[in-house]
Design a protein around this ligand. Structure first.
Ligand SMILES: *[C@@H]1O[C@H](CO)[C@@H](O)[C@H](O)[C@H]1NC(C)=O
Ligand SMILES: *[C@@H]1O[C@H](CO)[C@@H](O)[C@H](O)[C@H]1NC(C)=O
Ligand SMILES: *[C@@H]1O[C@H](CO)[C@@H](O)[C@H](O)[C@H]1NC(C)=O
Length: 383
């Protein structure tokens, strides 16, 4: 079988031919919805019928989870130098726009081979989840096209390459198209910044759910001068301690976001003694400090903001004007002092504070898991 065709098999993966005719598994690993939009495969069977994924070729949203197994066996079928012309038309015909690959131990050459093939597809969003990437990446073949995705998400992906992974992966992308980068549950977020090229289009960097990151860690991941277009920085549940400390991290890294999300961190209201007062980037106009356990408005906030979210904290009295920045849009729902007021107004049917308190409580329970999970759990609670 021609190597290029094998690459395609790996992607789709059309492996019945290679696996021989296997018994139909008890549980269908793949499910395609009636509208041909979503297709999800979960290969839990010890002898998975990979060909079942064939039905996903018509879907727009595809999720493939490999049951936590090693994909080493596919490695010998990959030839990165193969001439792509043989499979380009086929890959172009795929409808997939969003792809999730998860739950596997995958050799780097296999993963990067997949990226190379996908470069000919119309994929826009790629998510890698619960992966252990082993071995060294291959050199990028001459003349190969980068993968033109706008969103890249990684959750719980570990790399044998350590901090060099982003620089390596970037070489297989079109960095000028990437707008959103999301890195959660990373083993290590000390990137090899000197190898990273700039991301001229990247507007959103989401580092949520990295509780070990901390303010000091920010400098290791916000590679200076590489994120010059950054507008939204999301640091939910990322081990941040004080707004002032985050400010210092931003200044050191030279990033100038418009919005900063520090929700779901255990924030302290007073800066560390001896820390110099930090000047926030002048671009910053939205700051999210919700679910941060704050008992008072933190010191050292920007002087002026369009949006300040202080909801679901532990404020015991209404903040004084001199404690707050000049704010266009201030949110204080779900703080104890409002709840106390609300209990006097129980007759008032329009009052929504008790509902808000419930929402805050439920979400507080889920802190440390993930914002998304918290929302999901909230939804399930009502189901
Ligand atoms: C993270 O991924 C590994 C596989 O690489 C898996 O064994 C582990 O259970 C995952 N952790 C979580 C919290 O999902
Ligand atoms: C602030 O963060 C919380 C929790 O992450 C979210 O629910 C809320 O919508 C955010 N507020 C704004 C103004 O974006
Ligand atoms: C304030 O935020 C709310 C909800 O996000 C939005 O509907 C409203 O337009 C905002 N107002 C201003 C003045 O920014």
């Amino acid at each position: 079988m021609a190597p290029a065709r094998c690459l395609l098999l790996l992607l789709l993966p059309l492996l019945r031919v290679l696996a021989g005719t296997s018994q139909p598994p008890l549980l269908e690993p793949c499910e395609l919805d009636d509208e041909d939009i979503r297709c999800a495969c979960n290969f839990l069977d010890p002898e998975p019928d990979w060909s079942s994924a064939l039905q996903c070729t018509v879907a727009v949203d595809v999720e493939i989870r490999a049951g936590g197994r090693s994909l080493e066996q596919f490695l010998k079928r990959v030839d990165l130098q193969a001439d792509p012309r043989q499979y380009v038309d086929l890959v172009k015909a795929l409808r997939v726009r969003r792809l999730t690959v998860g739950a596997a131990q995958v050799p780097a050459p296999l993963l990067f081979g997949l990226l190379r093939v996908l470069a000919y597809s119309r994929l826009k969003e790629l998510t890698l989840e619960d992966l252990e990437v082993t071995g060294a990446p291959p050199p990028m073949p001459l003349g190969a096209t980068g993968l033109g995705i706008s969103t890249l998400r990684l959750r719980n992906v570990s790399w044998a390459a350590g901090g060099a992974w982003l620089a390596q992966m970037q070489r297989w992308l079109k960095p000028s198209l990437l707008k959103v980068l999301n890195i959660a549950q990373a083993n290590s977020l000390v990137l090899a910044c000197e190898q990273v090229l700039s991301f001229p289009a990247l507007t959103t960097l989401d580092l949520s759910d990295n509780p070990g990151l901390g303010e000091r860690g920010l400098v290791g991941v916000l590679c200076p001068h590489k994120f010059s277009a950054l507008q939204n920085l999301v640091l939910r549940n990322a081990g941040m301690e004080t707004p002032n400390g985050v400010c210092a991290g931003l200044v050191t890294a030279g990033v100038q976001p418009h919005s900063l999300d520090l929700s779901h961190n255990s924030l302290r209201a007073t800066p560390n003694i001896g820390d110099p007062q930090c000047i926030w980037p002048s671009t910053l106009n939205s700051l999210n400090l919700s679910f941060a356990g704050l008992e008072q408005v933190p010191q050292g906030l920007p002087a002026k903001l369009n949006v300040l979210d202080l909801s679901c904290n532990k404020l015991k009295r209404a903040p004084r004007l001199d404690e707050l920045p000049k704010v266009g849009n201030l949110s204080l729902q779900g703080n104890p002092y409002l709840l106390a007021e609300a209990s006097f107004l129980q007759e008032n049917a329009m009052n929504s504070e008790p509902g808000m308190a419930l929402a805050c409580a439920r979400s507080h329970l889920a802190v440390g898991v993930s914002g998304t999970l918290a929302v999901l759990q909230g939804v399930r609670g009502f189901a």
